[in-house]
Design a protein around this ligand. Structure first.
Ligand SMILES: NC(=O)c1ccc[n+]([C@@H]2O[C@H](COP(=O)([O-])OP(=O)(O)OC[C@H]3O[C@@H](n4cnc5c(N)ncnc54)[C@H](O)[C@@H]3O)[C@@H](O)[C@H]2O)c1
Length: 250
């Protein structure tokens, strides 16, 4: 087992569900969590890439199909994970879609689909794990929003609406779940080098402001923050905003 310095992983013994983990930042978080000693349930709607991720990560990772907008799918996955692993300690609500289009031209069915995945999916996830985390007496939920909450990104009207909602829902959830020792925090990545960037038209990317650190972020740089928020190292942190963007939002 490869663990952090000192041979003891910061997530030793923890069971984590990560959504949208077949690629990009979710896959990087899965790898980081396994390195830190967690058992990781990689979930996504891309079964082939999801299977490939867990093959690389080894026996402490498993893949389960989970469309985050589907309430029944959440109930099934959470019940199975709790039954087979004895509890759920961490949820990373990472899955999202961009649905890029100018405000004037945004098809309403695209707007609704972005909402279903990015916003409703996060609500369903937090709600689904609350029971197991209460039974366990603790838990950490890490929601993934975006630096779009701090800096307007043309073309991302639907996406940005949902990311503000994720930020707001994080605060309410943190307040409601605090008596149960369940912490809820939100990460705001900037421009990160993942397949999601290919969904955004090149002309929109070209109009983006420059990143002060002079480069895109890499998925593992976000994963390290997610692991910190999942671990006991952040035991007194809840309801917080964590920007990982190379200064993009400055
Ligand atoms: N890449 C960036 O520059 C950037 C910037 C800010 C925020 N983010 C956020 O980071 C998170 C991860 O993004 P990424 O860059 O790794 O993107 P990505 O597109 O590489 O990965 C997103 C994953 O979510 C999955 N997914 C899509 N719809 C789903 C559904 N209905 N149910 C379950 N899974 C679904 C996809 O299949 C994919 O594997 C997202 O919340 C995204 O909004 C990314």
């Amino acid at each position: 087992m490869t663990t952090s310095a000192g041979g003891k992983g910061s997530l030793d013994g923890k069971v984590a569900i990560i959504t949208g983990a077949a690629r990009g930042q979710g896959a990087a978080a899965a790898a980081q969590f396994v390195r830190e000693g967690a058992r990781v349930v990689v979930t996504d709607v891309l079964d082939g890439p999801g299977d490939a991720v867990v093959r690389v990560l080894g026996e402490r990772a498993e893949y389960r199909r989970l469309d985050v907008s589907d309430e029944q799918a959440w109930a099934k996955v959470v019940a199975e994970v709790e039954a087979s692993h004895g509890g759920i300690d961490v949820l990373v609500n990472n899955a999202a879609i961009t649905g890029s289009a100018p405000l004037d031209e945004m098809p309403l069915d695209t707007f609704d689909q972005i909402y279903r995945v990015n916003q409703r999916g996060v609500l369903l996830g937090m709600r689904a794990v609350a029971g197991p985390m209460r039974r366990a007496g603790s838990g950490s939920i890490v929601n993934v929003a975006s630096a779009a909450v701090f800096r307007a990104l043309p073309g991302l009207i639907g996406y940005t609406a949902t990311k503000f909602a994720v930020q707001g829902m994080t605060k309410v959830a943190a307040a409601e779940f605090a008596p149960d020792n369940i912490r809820v925090n939100v990460i705001h990545p900037g421009l990160i080098n993942t397949p999601m960037r290919e969904d955004i038209p090149a002309e929109e990317n070209a109009r983006r402001p420059k990143v002060p650190l002079g480069r895109l972020g890499e998925p593992h740089e976000v994963a390290q923050l997610a692991a910190f928020l999942a671990s006991e190292a952040s035991s007194y942190i809840t309801g917080g905003d964590f920007v990982v963007d190379g200064g993009f939002a400055l």
